[in-house]
Design a protein around this ligand. Sequence first.
Ligand SMILES: [Zn+2]
Length: 478
Amino acid sequence: MNKKEAREIPKLKLFNTLTRKKEVFKPIKKNDVGIYTCGPTVYFYQHIGNMRCYLFEDILIRTLKFNGFNVKRVMNITDVGHLTSDADEGEDKIEKAAKKEGKKAEDIAEYYAGVFFDDVKKLNIIMPDVICKATDHIPEMIELVEKLIKKGYTYETDDGIYFDTSKFKDYGKLAKLNIEGLEAGIRTEMREKRNPTDFALWKFSEKPGLRQQEWSAFMKMGFPGWHIECSAMSMKYLGEHFDIHCGGIDHISVHHTNEIAQSESATGKKWVNYWLHSNFLTFKGSKISKSKGGLYTISELEKIGFEPLAFRYLCLTAHYRSELNFSLEDLKASQKTYNNLKNKIIEFRKHFKTERIDSDENKEKTEEYRIEFLEVINDNLNTPKALALVWDIIKDKNLSESEKYELLIEFDDVLGLDLASFEKEKIVVPSEIKKIAEERLKSRKEKNFKKSDELRVKLNKLGWKIDDVKDGYELSKV
Ligand SMILES: [Zn+2]
Protein backbone atom coordinates (compact mmCIF):
# COMPACT_ATOMS: atom_id res chain seq x y z
CA MET A 1 0.00 0.00 0.00
CA ASN A 2 1.46 3.36 -0.86
CA LYS A 3 1.66 6.04 1.74
CA LYS A 4 -0.93 8.33 0.22
CA GLU A 5 -3.60 5.65 0.14
CA ALA A 6 -2.92 5.11 3.79
CA ARG A 7 -4.08 8.63 4.68
CA GLU A 8 -7.01 8.47 6.98
CA ILE A 9 -10.39 9.85 5.95
CA PRO A 10 -10.78 12.99 8.09
CA LYS A 11 -13.61 12.85 10.59
CA LEU A 12 -16.17 15.63 10.82
CA LYS A 13 -15.41 17.96 13.70
CA LEU A 14 -17.79 20.71 14.79
CA PHE A 15 -17.43 23.51 17.33
CA ASN A 16 -20.04 22.93 20.02
CA THR A 17 -21.15 26.09 21.83
CA LEU A 18 -22.24 23.90 24.75
CA THR A 19 -18.69 22.71 25.50
CA ARG A 20 -16.81 25.54 23.74
CA LYS A 21 -14.80 22.82 22.00
CA LYS A 22 -14.35 21.34 18.57
CA GLU A 23 -15.71 17.80 18.85
CA VAL A 24 -15.84 14.80 16.54
CA PHE A 25 -19.45 14.62 15.40
CA LYS A 26 -21.27 11.45 16.41
CA PRO A 27 -24.98 11.21 15.66
CA ILE A 28 -27.38 9.59 18.12
CA LYS A 29 -28.48 7.07 15.48
CA LYS A 30 -25.72 5.58 13.38
CA ASN A 31 -26.24 7.41 10.09
CA ASP A 32 -29.20 9.67 10.63
CA VAL A 33 -28.89 13.25 11.75
CA GLY A 34 -31.73 15.34 13.17
CA ILE A 35 -31.16 19.07 12.98
CA TYR A 36 -33.28 22.05 13.97
CA THR A 37 -32.53 25.54 12.74
CA CYS A 38 -34.40 28.57 14.05
CA GLY A 39 -36.22 30.16 11.15
CA PRO A 40 -37.30 33.72 10.43
CA THR A 41 -39.94 35.80 12.16
CA VAL A 42 -41.92 36.77 9.10
CA TYR A 43 -42.97 40.35 9.85
CA PHE A 44 -40.55 42.03 7.44
CA TYR A 45 -37.85 41.34 4.85
CA GLN A 46 -34.86 39.26 5.93
CA HIS A 47 -31.65 41.19 5.32
CA ILE A 48 -28.30 39.84 4.20
CA GLY A 49 -27.15 39.58 7.84
CA ASN A 50 -29.99 37.12 8.49
CA MET A 51 -29.23 35.28 5.27
CA ARG A 52 -25.61 34.74 6.31
CA CYS A 53 -26.82 32.46 9.09
CA TYR A 54 -28.97 30.40 6.70
CA LEU A 55 -25.98 30.10 4.37
CA PHE A 56 -23.85 28.74 7.23
CA GLU A 57 -26.57 26.20 8.04
CA ASP A 58 -26.70 25.19 4.39
CA ILE A 59 -22.95 24.49 4.37
CA LEU A 60 -23.43 22.38 7.51
CA ILE A 61 -26.29 20.38 5.93
CA ARG A 62 -24.32 19.86 2.72
CA THR A 63 -21.20 18.81 4.64
CA LEU A 64 -23.19 16.26 6.65
CA LYS A 65 -24.61 14.85 3.41
CA PHE A 66 -21.15 14.86 1.79
CA ASN A 67 -20.00 12.72 4.72
CA GLY A 68 -22.72 10.21 3.95
CA PHE A 69 -25.23 11.09 6.69
CA ASN A 70 -28.96 11.13 6.11
CA VAL A 71 -30.13 14.50 7.29
CA LYS A 72 -33.56 15.55 8.49
CA ARG A 73 -33.67 19.31 8.86
CA VAL A 74 -36.54 21.15 10.50
CA MET A 75 -37.01 24.91 10.25
CA ASN A 76 -39.74 26.90 11.94
CA ILE A 77 -41.52 29.98 10.71
CA THR A 78 -42.38 32.30 13.58
CA ASP A 79 -45.71 33.89 12.71
CA VAL A 80 -46.88 34.74 16.24
CA GLY A 81 -45.49 35.46 19.70
CA HIS A 82 -42.13 37.10 18.89
CA LEU A 83 -42.26 40.35 20.81
CA THR A 84 -40.36 43.51 19.95
CA SER A 85 -38.28 43.03 23.11
CA ASP A 86 -36.61 39.78 24.16
CA ALA A 87 -37.72 40.57 27.73
CA ASP A 88 -41.32 39.44 27.14
CA GLU A 89 -42.29 43.04 26.67
CA GLY A 90 -43.54 45.09 23.78
CA GLU A 91 -45.76 44.29 20.87
CA ASP A 92 -46.03 41.09 18.88
CA LYS A 93 -43.95 41.81 15.76
CA ILE A 94 -46.50 40.25 13.38
CA GLU A 95 -49.47 42.07 14.95
CA LYS A 96 -47.55 45.33 14.82
CA ALA A 97 -46.70 44.88 11.12
CA ALA A 98 -50.32 43.91 10.34
CA LYS A 99 -51.55 47.07 12.00
CA LYS A 100 -48.99 49.21 10.23
CA GLU A 101 -49.68 47.73 6.79
CA GLY A 102 -53.42 47.47 7.40
CA LYS A 103 -53.44 43.76 6.60
CA LYS A 104 -54.37 40.46 8.17
CA ALA A 105 -51.65 38.94 10.34
CA GLU A 106 -51.67 35.75 8.29
CA ASP A 107 -51.26 37.69 5.05
CA ILE A 108 -48.26 39.51 6.49
CA ALA A 109 -46.72 36.19 7.51
CA GLU A 110 -47.44 34.54 4.18
CA TYR A 111 -46.04 37.41 2.17
CA TYR A 112 -42.74 37.74 4.05
CA ALA A 113 -42.28 33.96 4.29
CA GLY A 114 -42.72 33.83 0.51
CA VAL A 115 -40.05 36.50 -0.03
CA PHE A 116 -37.75 34.66 2.37
CA PHE A 117 -38.03 31.36 0.49
CA ASP A 118 -37.46 33.16 -2.82
CA ASP A 119 -34.16 34.40 -1.35
CA VAL A 120 -33.37 30.92 -0.05
CA LYS A 121 -33.74 29.57 -3.58
CA LYS A 122 -31.71 32.37 -5.12
CA LEU A 123 -28.88 31.59 -2.71
CA ASN A 124 -29.03 27.89 -3.66
CA ILE A 125 -29.84 26.89 -0.08
CA ILE A 126 -31.30 23.39 0.16
CA MET A 127 -34.91 23.58 1.33
CA PRO A 128 -35.52 22.15 4.84
CA ASP A 129 -37.22 18.75 5.00
CA VAL A 130 -39.84 20.11 7.38
CA ILE A 131 -40.99 23.72 7.45
CA CYS A 132 -43.35 24.34 10.35
CA LYS A 133 -45.40 27.41 11.14
CA ALA A 134 -45.90 28.31 14.80
CA THR A 135 -49.64 28.98 14.33
CA ASP A 136 -50.09 25.41 13.03
CA HIS A 137 -48.69 23.97 16.28
CA ILE A 138 -50.56 25.73 19.07
CA PRO A 139 -51.90 22.47 20.63
CA GLU A 140 -48.33 21.08 20.88
CA MET A 141 -47.19 24.27 22.62
CA ILE A 142 -50.10 24.24 25.07
CA GLU A 143 -49.34 20.59 25.85
CA LEU A 144 -45.69 21.41 26.59
CA VAL A 145 -46.67 24.28 28.89
CA GLU A 146 -49.13 21.97 30.68
CA LYS A 147 -46.33 19.47 31.21
CA LEU A 148 -44.17 22.17 32.79
CA ILE A 149 -47.04 23.35 34.99
CA LYS A 150 -47.59 19.79 36.22
CA LYS A 151 -43.91 19.39 37.03
CA GLY A 152 -43.91 22.62 39.06
CA TYR A 153 -41.58 24.72 36.91
CA THR A 154 -44.01 27.58 36.34
CA TYR A 155 -45.96 30.37 37.99
CA GLU A 156 -48.70 32.64 36.78
CA THR A 157 -48.67 36.43 36.77
CA ASP A 158 -51.15 39.00 35.48
CA ASP A 159 -49.81 38.81 31.98
CA GLY A 160 -48.84 35.18 31.50
CA ILE A 161 -47.40 31.87 32.58
CA TYR A 162 -43.73 32.11 33.38
CA PHE A 163 -40.88 29.60 33.63
CA ASP A 164 -39.13 29.77 37.00
CA THR A 165 -35.47 29.59 35.98
CA SER A 166 -34.29 29.10 39.58
CA LYS A 167 -35.83 25.61 39.42
CA PHE A 168 -33.69 24.47 36.51
CA LYS A 169 -30.24 23.65 37.87
CA ASP A 170 -28.31 24.10 34.65
CA TYR A 171 -29.96 27.33 33.54
CA GLY A 172 -27.49 29.39 31.55
CA LYS A 173 -25.11 26.51 30.77
CA LEU A 174 -25.13 27.29 27.06
CA ALA A 175 -24.32 30.96 27.44
CA LYS A 176 -22.16 30.38 30.55
CA LEU A 177 -24.31 33.03 32.20
CA ASN A 178 -23.34 34.32 35.56
CA ILE A 179 -26.84 34.17 37.01
CA GLU A 180 -25.92 35.60 40.40
CA GLY A 181 -24.33 38.56 38.65
CA LEU A 182 -27.56 39.38 36.87
CA GLU A 183 -29.21 42.07 38.92
CA ALA A 184 -32.91 42.44 38.64
CA GLY A 185 -33.76 44.78 35.82
CA ILE A 186 -30.42 44.53 34.06
CA ARG A 187 -31.37 41.80 31.66
CA THR A 188 -35.12 42.14 31.86
CA GLU A 189 -37.77 44.21 33.48
CA MET A 190 -38.76 42.35 36.63
CA ARG A 191 -42.41 43.34 36.90
CA GLU A 192 -43.99 40.34 38.57
CA LYS A 193 -41.15 37.98 37.70
CA ARG A 194 -39.49 36.06 40.51
CA ASN A 195 -36.05 36.02 38.86
CA PRO A 196 -34.63 38.37 36.23
CA THR A 197 -34.04 35.46 33.85
CA ASP A 198 -37.59 34.06 34.07
CA PHE A 199 -39.45 34.12 30.78
CA ALA A 200 -42.98 33.79 29.43
CA LEU A 201 -44.11 30.41 28.19
CA TRP A 202 -47.57 31.71 27.40
CA LYS A 203 -48.82 35.30 27.36
CA PHE A 204 -52.34 36.44 28.11
CA SER A 205 -53.96 38.87 25.69
CA GLU A 206 -53.99 42.31 27.25
CA LYS A 207 -57.46 43.02 25.90
CA PRO A 208 -59.00 39.84 24.54
CA GLY A 209 -60.48 40.42 21.10
CA LEU A 210 -57.97 43.10 20.15
CA ARG A 211 -55.32 40.75 18.83
CA GLN A 212 -55.78 39.09 15.46
CA GLN A 213 -54.11 35.90 16.65
CA GLU A 214 -55.10 34.51 20.06
CA TRP A 215 -56.24 31.19 21.43
CA SER A 216 -58.21 30.04 24.40
CA ALA A 217 -56.03 28.19 26.90
CA PHE A 218 -55.39 28.20 30.64
CA MET A 219 -58.86 29.74 31.14
CA LYS A 220 -58.02 32.92 29.20
CA MET A 221 -57.26 34.17 25.72
CA GLY A 222 -53.57 34.27 24.93
CA PHE A 223 -50.70 33.32 22.67
CA PRO A 224 -47.43 31.38 22.91
CA GLY A 225 -44.07 32.80 23.94
CA TRP A 226 -41.45 32.76 21.20
CA HIS A 227 -39.15 30.23 22.89
CA ILE A 228 -41.81 27.55 23.47
CA GLU A 229 -42.50 27.46 19.74
CA CYS A 230 -39.06 26.12 18.90
CA SER A 231 -39.08 23.53 21.72
CA ALA A 232 -42.53 22.19 20.82
CA MET A 233 -41.96 21.98 17.09
CA SER A 234 -38.43 20.58 17.19
CA MET A 235 -39.50 17.79 19.55
CA LYS A 236 -42.57 17.01 17.46
CA TYR A 237 -40.50 16.38 14.34
CA LEU A 238 -37.15 15.22 15.74
CA GLY A 239 -38.00 13.58 19.07
CA GLU A 240 -37.13 14.52 22.65
CA HIS A 241 -33.41 14.08 22.05
CA PHE A 242 -31.76 15.09 18.78
CA ASP A 243 -28.39 15.91 17.28
CA ILE A 244 -27.92 19.54 16.25
CA HIS A 245 -29.54 22.90 16.91
CA CYS A 246 -28.37 26.04 15.09
CA GLY A 247 -28.90 29.75 14.95
CA GLY A 248 -27.14 33.09 15.13
CA ILE A 249 -24.91 33.91 18.13
CA ASP A 250 -27.42 36.54 19.21
CA HIS A 251 -29.72 33.65 20.20
CA ILE A 252 -27.32 32.07 22.68
CA SER A 253 -28.01 34.01 25.83
CA VAL A 254 -31.80 34.27 25.77
CA HIS A 255 -33.64 32.29 23.10
CA HIS A 256 -31.56 29.11 23.06
CA THR A 257 -30.86 29.25 26.79
CA ASN A 258 -34.60 29.35 27.44
CA GLU A 259 -35.32 26.64 24.87
CA ILE A 260 -32.93 24.32 26.74
CA ALA A 261 -34.43 25.15 30.13
CA GLN A 262 -38.01 24.40 29.17
CA SER A 263 -37.26 21.36 26.98
CA GLU A 264 -34.98 19.62 29.47
CA SER A 265 -37.31 20.42 32.38
CA ALA A 266 -40.24 18.92 30.46
CA THR A 267 -38.48 15.69 29.46
CA GLY A 268 -36.05 15.33 32.37
CA LYS A 269 -33.20 14.53 29.99
CA LYS A 270 -30.61 16.08 27.73
CA TRP A 271 -32.23 17.71 24.72
CA VAL A 272 -29.64 18.55 22.04
CA ASN A 273 -26.06 17.26 21.66
CA TYR A 274 -24.45 19.92 19.46
CA TRP A 275 -25.18 23.64 19.37
CA LEU A 276 -23.73 25.60 16.46
CA HIS A 277 -23.90 29.36 16.07
CA SER A 278 -22.88 31.70 13.31
CA ASN A 279 -21.36 35.10 13.87
CA PHE A 280 -22.68 38.44 12.66
CA LEU A 281 -22.42 40.16 9.36
CA THR A 282 -21.20 43.62 10.29
CA PHE A 283 -21.54 46.78 8.30
CA LYS A 284 -19.01 49.51 8.78
CA GLY A 285 -18.03 47.95 12.05
CA SER A 286 -21.44 47.50 13.64
CA LYS A 287 -23.87 44.60 13.72
CA ILE A 288 -26.43 44.76 10.95
CA SER A 289 -29.82 44.98 12.53
CA LYS A 290 -33.21 45.95 11.26
CA SER A 291 -33.61 48.70 13.83
CA LYS A 292 -30.55 50.58 12.63
CA GLY A 293 -31.48 50.75 8.96
CA GLY A 294 -29.09 50.82 6.03
CA LEU A 295 -29.53 47.14 5.29
CA TYR A 296 -29.55 45.31 2.03
CA THR A 297 -31.81 42.49 1.07
CA ILE A 298 -30.91 39.94 -1.60
CA SER A 299 -33.30 41.61 -4.07
CA GLU A 300 -31.71 44.99 -3.40
CA LEU A 301 -28.29 43.55 -4.18
CA GLU A 302 -29.71 42.18 -7.43
CA LYS A 303 -31.10 45.60 -8.32
CA ILE A 304 -27.62 47.11 -8.12
CA GLY A 305 -26.15 44.42 -10.33
CA PHE A 306 -25.02 41.56 -8.09
CA GLU A 307 -25.88 37.90 -8.35
CA PRO A 308 -27.14 36.31 -5.13
CA LEU A 309 -24.51 33.61 -5.55
CA ALA A 310 -21.78 36.25 -5.48
CA PHE A 311 -23.03 37.05 -1.97
CA ARG A 312 -22.89 33.33 -1.19
CA TYR A 313 -19.27 33.31 -2.42
CA LEU A 314 -18.48 36.32 -0.23
CA CYS A 315 -19.91 34.55 2.84
CA LEU A 316 -17.77 31.48 2.13
CA THR A 317 -14.62 33.61 2.21
CA ALA A 318 -15.08 34.09 5.98
CA HIS A 319 -15.36 31.35 8.59
CA TYR A 320 -18.87 31.18 10.03
CA ARG A 321 -17.58 31.79 13.57
CA SER A 322 -15.86 35.03 12.55
CA GLU A 323 -17.55 38.31 11.94
CA LEU A 324 -17.87 39.19 8.30
CA ASN A 325 -17.51 42.87 7.64
CA PHE A 326 -19.69 43.63 4.65
CA SER A 327 -18.88 46.21 2.02
CA LEU A 328 -20.02 46.65 -1.56
CA GLU A 329 -16.35 46.77 -2.56
CA ASP A 330 -15.81 43.27 -1.22
CA LEU A 331 -19.01 42.06 -2.84
CA LYS A 332 -17.81 43.50 -6.15
CA ALA A 333 -14.56 41.56 -5.77
CA SER A 334 -16.51 38.39 -4.95
CA GLN A 335 -18.71 38.84 -8.01
CA LYS A 336 -15.60 39.11 -10.16
CA THR A 337 -13.96 36.05 -8.63
CA TYR A 338 -17.20 34.11 -8.91
CA ASN A 339 -17.48 35.02 -12.61
CA ASN A 340 -13.89 33.88 -13.15
CA LEU A 341 -14.63 30.62 -11.41
CA LYS A 342 -17.68 29.97 -13.57
CA ASN A 343 -15.75 30.79 -16.74
CA LYS A 344 -13.06 28.30 -15.71
CA ILE A 345 -15.73 25.67 -15.21
CA ILE A 346 -17.17 26.35 -18.67
CA GLU A 347 -13.68 26.03 -20.13
CA PHE A 348 -12.90 22.80 -18.23
CA ARG A 349 -16.23 21.30 -19.18
CA LYS A 350 -15.35 21.43 -22.87
CA HIS A 351 -12.59 18.92 -22.15
CA PHE A 352 -14.62 16.80 -19.79
CA LYS A 353 -14.58 13.16 -20.83
CA THR A 354 -12.88 14.01 -24.11
CA GLU A 355 -9.35 13.93 -22.83
CA ARG A 356 -9.44 11.75 -19.73
CA ILE A 357 -6.02 10.74 -18.51
CA ASP A 358 -6.41 7.88 -16.14
CA SER A 359 -2.79 7.46 -15.23
CA ASP A 360 -2.13 6.13 -11.75
CA GLU A 361 -0.13 9.20 -10.88
CA ASN A 362 -3.08 11.49 -11.58
CA LYS A 363 -5.49 9.25 -9.77
CA GLU A 364 -3.32 9.63 -6.73
CA LYS A 365 -3.33 13.39 -7.16
CA THR A 366 -7.09 13.69 -7.46
CA GLU A 367 -7.53 11.40 -4.45
CA GLU A 368 -5.12 13.61 -2.54
CA TYR A 369 -7.26 16.65 -3.35
CA ARG A 370 -10.38 14.83 -2.26
CA ILE A 371 -8.85 14.05 1.11
CA GLU A 372 -7.56 17.60 1.43
CA PHE A 373 -11.02 18.99 0.73
CA LEU A 374 -12.53 16.73 3.39
CA GLU A 375 -9.80 17.77 5.77
CA VAL A 376 -10.65 21.46 5.52
CA ILE A 377 -14.43 21.21 5.30
CA ASN A 378 -14.60 18.61 8.07
CA ASP A 379 -12.50 20.86 10.25
CA ASN A 380 -15.52 22.80 11.52
CA LEU A 381 -16.57 23.88 8.02
CA ASN A 382 -13.50 25.83 7.01
CA THR A 383 -14.92 27.37 3.83
CA PRO A 384 -12.12 29.95 3.30
CA LYS A 385 -9.61 27.10 3.06
CA ALA A 386 -11.97 25.10 0.85
CA LEU A 387 -12.13 28.03 -1.59
CA ALA A 388 -8.33 28.34 -1.51
CA LEU A 389 -8.14 24.66 -2.45
CA VAL A 390 -10.53 25.25 -5.35
CA TRP A 391 -8.11 27.83 -6.78
CA ASP A 392 -5.12 25.53 -6.15
CA ILE A 393 -6.85 22.90 -8.27
CA ILE A 394 -7.60 25.40 -11.03
CA LYS A 395 -3.92 26.42 -11.14
CA ASP A 396 -2.47 22.89 -10.86
CA LYS A 397 -0.54 22.24 -14.07
CA ASN A 398 -0.39 18.51 -13.39
CA LEU A 399 -4.11 17.97 -13.60
CA SER A 400 -6.05 17.73 -16.84
CA GLU A 401 -8.99 20.03 -17.46
CA SER A 402 -11.29 17.08 -17.25
CA GLU A 403 -9.97 16.09 -13.82
CA LYS A 404 -10.27 19.65 -12.56
CA TYR A 405 -13.86 19.77 -13.75
CA GLU A 406 -14.73 16.53 -12.03
CA LEU A 407 -13.19 17.60 -8.70
CA LEU A 408 -14.75 21.06 -8.66
CA ILE A 409 -18.22 19.80 -9.50
CA GLU A 410 -17.85 17.22 -6.74
CA PHE A 411 -16.80 19.84 -4.17
CA ASP A 412 -19.65 22.08 -5.26
CA ASP A 413 -21.99 19.61 -3.54
CA VAL A 414 -20.71 21.31 -0.36
CA LEU A 415 -20.00 24.84 -1.60
CA GLY A 416 -23.33 25.15 -3.38
CA LEU A 417 -22.09 27.72 -5.91
CA ASP A 418 -24.18 26.13 -8.65
CA LEU A 419 -21.11 25.45 -10.77
CA ALA A 420 -22.83 22.70 -12.70
CA SER A 421 -25.19 25.11 -14.42
CA PHE A 422 -23.35 26.00 -17.54
CA GLU A 423 -24.77 29.33 -18.45
CA LYS A 424 -22.29 31.94 -19.50
CA GLU A 425 -21.80 34.77 -17.05
CA LYS A 426 -25.28 36.06 -16.39
CA ILE A 427 -25.43 39.80 -16.86
CA VAL A 428 -27.49 41.53 -14.24
CA VAL A 429 -28.33 45.03 -15.43
CA PRO A 430 -28.78 47.52 -12.59
CA SER A 431 -32.08 49.40 -12.72
CA GLU A 432 -30.44 52.83 -13.21
CA ILE A 433 -28.62 51.50 -16.31
CA LYS A 434 -31.82 49.99 -17.65
CA LYS A 435 -33.53 53.34 -17.17
CA ILE A 436 -30.91 55.19 -19.25
CA ALA A 437 -31.07 52.51 -21.94
CA GLU A 438 -34.86 52.83 -22.11
CA GLU A 439 -34.59 56.58 -22.33
CA ARG A 440 -32.12 56.21 -25.18
CA LEU A 441 -34.42 53.82 -27.01
CA LYS A 442 -37.19 56.37 -26.70
CA SER A 443 -35.01 59.18 -28.13
CA ARG A 444 -34.00 56.94 -31.03
CA LYS A 445 -37.62 56.24 -31.83
CA GLU A 446 -38.25 59.99 -31.70
CA LYS A 447 -35.24 60.42 -33.98
CA ASN A 448 -33.53 62.62 -31.41
CA PHE A 449 -30.07 61.29 -32.31
CA LYS A 450 -28.19 63.96 -30.42
CA LYS A 451 -29.75 62.93 -27.15
CA SER A 452 -29.40 59.26 -28.03
CA ASP A 453 -25.66 59.73 -28.59
CA GLU A 454 -25.28 61.59 -25.32
CA LEU A 455 -26.96 58.75 -23.50
CA ARG A 456 -24.70 56.23 -25.23
CA VAL A 457 -21.67 58.17 -23.94
CA LYS A 458 -23.23 58.33 -20.48
CA LEU A 459 -23.69 54.55 -20.46
CA ASN A 460 -20.11 54.10 -21.60
CA LYS A 461 -18.86 56.22 -18.75
CA LEU A 462 -20.81 54.03 -16.36
CA GLY A 463 -19.10 50.95 -17.79
CA TRP A 464 -21.78 49.72 -20.22
CA LYS A 465 -21.79 49.22 -23.98
CA ILE A 466 -25.08 49.46 -25.83
CA ASP A 467 -25.75 47.89 -29.24
CA ASP A 468 -28.80 48.57 -31.30
CA VAL A 469 -30.73 45.58 -32.50
CA LYS A 470 -34.08 45.36 -34.26
CA ASP A 471 -36.71 46.99 -32.03
CA GLY A 472 -34.41 47.29 -29.07
CA TYR A 473 -30.90 47.13 -27.69
CA GLU A 474 -28.36 44.84 -26.08
CA LEU A 475 -26.30 45.80 -23.08
CA SER A 476 -22.90 44.42 -22.21
CA LYS A 477 -20.17 45.40 -19.82
CA VAL A 478 -17.26 47.40 -21.26
ZN1 LIG B 1 -35.70 29.13 17.89
